[in-house]
Design a protein around this ligand. Structure first.
Ligand code: ASP
Ligand code: MG
Length: 402
């Protein structure tokens, strides 16, 4: 007998038929003799619709009230799913975030889980109930409702799995696993049987968007094995875990991130301390900087370019513009039609030539690279956004269609 945590995303519980389907998966797992704890997201587009409703009455509502509103979506799902299971004759109970003791900090809209007291949850499991828990929501020290950020139900599921020392945490979604690239854009993308936490983190942050990043970080920290699988087909998905069979796979996937922009600061004096001043000011304003490139300019000057998330572009530019004198720069230039294309794989660190092969694929396709960055498990290039899908395709072809 095992304790299994199953999480179902919004598309998997979108209507009565889908709820019955999901109830079938849950009750089959229960019938096989397992304890089952389920985490659900809001149905279909509910969260987006709630955000729209808020905008109709207030263009900039407080984050606290937004959380009161958005948490409702998950509460609808847990009650409907519990009723569906009840109707099938199984013992079931639904619980909200606060009922299971999921405590968070007070960063409304993007709260972090701080503590988890799960006595209620354990009691319900001991009573042999199937427990359905609302994802995405928690409660802070003022007893206010908080939410964990978009896509946060994955993180709720991993938090529950960690606290309960679950044997497995299954994340059911509308795709049947993690692919070597986005299968909607690259038809030759292959489903992976296994992937490491680190590879998944890179693919998630680089735009593969299958799992909430924080859920993978937490699963890695507590070594909780995850499985990403489809709620529509009963077949194995992709296992996300610490060590995977390497086989001949040096690289695991190609990801595209279009949500980035480039800032170039021109004509900086070429002397020590300039980069320090600039990036510490940006850090103070909580601007997350990704790729950085410094190049030599004319007459003892240098240029520094860096990329940020598109959401942070205006803030980054105003920080630099407000301090042009401090840095001694002449001007700031920005570009937002750029993308980051990355090749990811834990096998890279011990294999030379991978970056060269990636650049060759781009050269053959006549795609110009504006910045390059590497780590042990990835090589990323910054290129024109218009060429990013093509770039992903030619890189994918070079590594996966041999
Ligand atoms: N319902 C929330 C969202 O749409 C949380 C989730 O789905 O995980 O982002
Ligand atoms: Mg999701």
């Amino acid at each position: 007998m095992s304790l299994i945590v199953q999480k179902f995303g919004g598309s998997s519980v979108a209507n009565a038929e889908k709820l019955r389907n999901v109830a079938g998966i849950i009750t089959d797992t229960y019938k096989a003799g397992n304890d089952v704890v389920v985490v659900v997201s809001a149905q279909g587009d509910t969260t987006d619709e709630l955000i729209e409703k808020a905008k109709e009455v207030n263009p900039s509502p407080s984050k606290r009230e937004m959380d009161v509103l958005l948490s409702v979506g998950e509460q609808i799902s847990i009650s409907l799913l519990a009723m569906t299971i009840e109707n099938m004759g199984f013992p079931v109970i639904s619980l909200t975030g606060w009922q299971v003791g999921l405590k968070t900090d007070s960063n409304y809209g993007n709260a972090r889980i701080s503590k988890f007291t799960n006595d209620r949850l354990r009691n319900e499991i001991l009573k042999k109930n199937i427990v359905i828990v609302a994802g995405f929501q928690g409660i802070n020290k003022y007893d206010d409702i908080t939410t964990l950020g978009r896509g946060g139900s994955d993180t709720s599921a991993v938090a529950l799995a960690t606290a309960l020392k679950a044997d497995l945490c299954q994340i059911y979604t509308d795709v049947d696993g993690v692919y070597t690239s986005d299968p909607r854009k690259i038809p030759t993308a292959k489903k992976l049987d296994e992937i490491t936490f680190d590879e998944m983190l890179e693919l998630a942050s680089l735009g593969a968007q299958v799992l909430h990043n924080r859920s993978v970080e937490m699963a890695k920290k507590h070594n909780i094995e995850l499985e990403v699988l489809s709620s529509l087909e009963r077949k194995p998905g992709t296992k996300v875990k610490e060590v995977v069979k390497m086989e001949k796979m040096l690289v695991r996937g190609v990801a595209v991130d279009k949500d980035i922009a480039k800032v170039a600061v021109i004509g900086l004096p070429d002397k020590p301390g300039i980069a320090f001043k600039m990036f510490s000011l940006l850090a103070q304003k909580k601007v997350n900087v990704d790729v950085i490139l410094q190049s030599v300019g004319r007459e003892n000057t240098k240029d520094i370019s860096f990329t940020v998330n598109k959401d942070n572009l205006d803030l980054a530019v105003s920080v630099i513009n407000d301090n042009l004198d401090v840095f001694g720069a002449t001007k700031v230039v920005t570009k937002d039609k750029i993308s980051k294309v990355s090749l990811v794989g834990a096998g890279m660190q011990s294999n030379p030539g991978i970056a060269a092969k990636m650049f060759e694929a781009l050269a053959d396709a006549n795609i110009n690279i504006s910045m390059i960055t590497t780590s042990e498990i990835k090589v990323s290039v910054i290129i024109d956004e218009a060429e990013s899908d093509k770039a992903a395709r030619v890189i994918h072809d070079a590594f996966f269609n041999i």
